[in-house]
Design a protein around this ligand. Sequence first.
Ligand code: ADP
Ligand code: MG
Length: 488
Amino acid sequence: MSNLKNMNETLLAKIKEEVSESIFELWFQDLKIIKLTESAIFMSVESDVQLLRIRDKYMDQMKFWIKECFDLDMQIKLYHNQFGKITDEELERDAAEIRKNAGNDSGVTFNRADTSDGGANGEADRINEIIVQKNDNIQPGKNDIIYDGKQNFKLDYTFENFVVGNSNRFTFTACTDVAKYPASRYNPLFIYAPPGLGKTHLLYAITNEYAKNYGNAKIIYVKGEEFTNQLINSLSERTSNYFREKYRNADILLVDDIQFIAGKNSTQEEFFHTFNSLYESKKQIVLTSDCPPRDIKLLEDRLTSRFESGLITDIQPPDLELRIAILKQKAKDMDIDVSNDVLLFLAENITSNIRQIEGAIKKLNAYAFLNNSQITVDLARACILDILSGTEPVNVTVEKVLNLVASKYNVPVEEIKGRKRTQDIATARHISIYILRKITDMSLPSIGKIYGRDHSTIISAIDSITEKYNNDGSIRVQVDDIIKMAKS
Ligand code: ADP
Ligand code: MG
């Protein structure tokens, strides 16, 4: 036991060093190591809120801290004591379970073991269930890294392996400057480009480089969508102070795809204050988007003007030279031997998007491997047929749009195509019609056929959504989201 106690003290001291005082007091001060087995470390906190918070926000760090303190790569099992202390039997039962499953585990599990009277205790059961359910969605560190400069994140996205050409040189240089001289030259740095041209790569490269240059800094990388989700969660969990503090304490804040906050009032409000607070305390802000600030629909004017107040820079589609250089680099990274003929063929035919270039070369490699054949121009042609033919067939698009609308509005596809006129169903139907008209070349009668209706019905659906699209911000954002997904 004294062993565990020592470990506990070491771990807490470590955490105290790593997080701010208020965060420590809020979430960690009563964290206890309660059991240790050969493959797992069992810990408890007092409340389920703490458990959720640690699980959602600190799991990557926790593994890292444990590794640093004890050099152990352990499964972490976290409990809360909200319904009374965890008993030894419960722990032993879970430990046995872990031993049984050893080898095929994700590495991190969370729960509040059933209390011994679990069946009778409805409340405990319910909460346990929510936790378990949330458990399925854990993707530590996926969108949101806050790290302390020692952890590396996405090491493969660096400045070194970003291939520079005419179309991205200026932006590249601005990014390296920001990582070296934060908040002194360009603040904010605003990067825009269509998808697949390297925005996210550059943001990660900045975080990696910045972490190297400034050891103990708080770096926050977050996607616009995730920022929105976190804000909403923090409001419903009543943890908005924590949220606020987290962002306003950053040394550098990178928000990827900031356009997602447009049209969402409370998110824009919060981001406005975050922005000001960081800006005033001379912290670097880097933003990306698919278009320049003033073209982001439904972005508040005060945000547009903030975003325009630093340096705005874009990335253009790569020219032939750059495409060849990128192909060479990717082939090298993936350790694939590709002849110049093939490289040139690919570079000439995939022109707009670097993600596609990368996809093509991966696919090519897989084809060659599976067929046990050489990578020839013919094979390459076969491989990128779908890209060469440009857009996908209309029926694929129709299906995609219907499915997207169905899931967004929670109405089955058959009902969207059917006759019912309840409000939900009609709205979903009209929106899908509007989108099909907007993104395909289909005629009104052929759209009508999908729904078994004549073209005048289709026109009135389009008119009604056009009107809403122009006047109702939330509809516009929903429609644009669906269009974006349908096109991706
Ligand atoms: P975006 O965020 O603009 O949609 P990404 O940064 O995700 O684009 O880039 C798509 C893919 O293309 C990534 O795998 C990235 O590494 C690669 N990529 C983009 N630009 C370059 C470049 N100049 N050099 C090397 N790889 C690149
Ligand atoms: Mg991106």
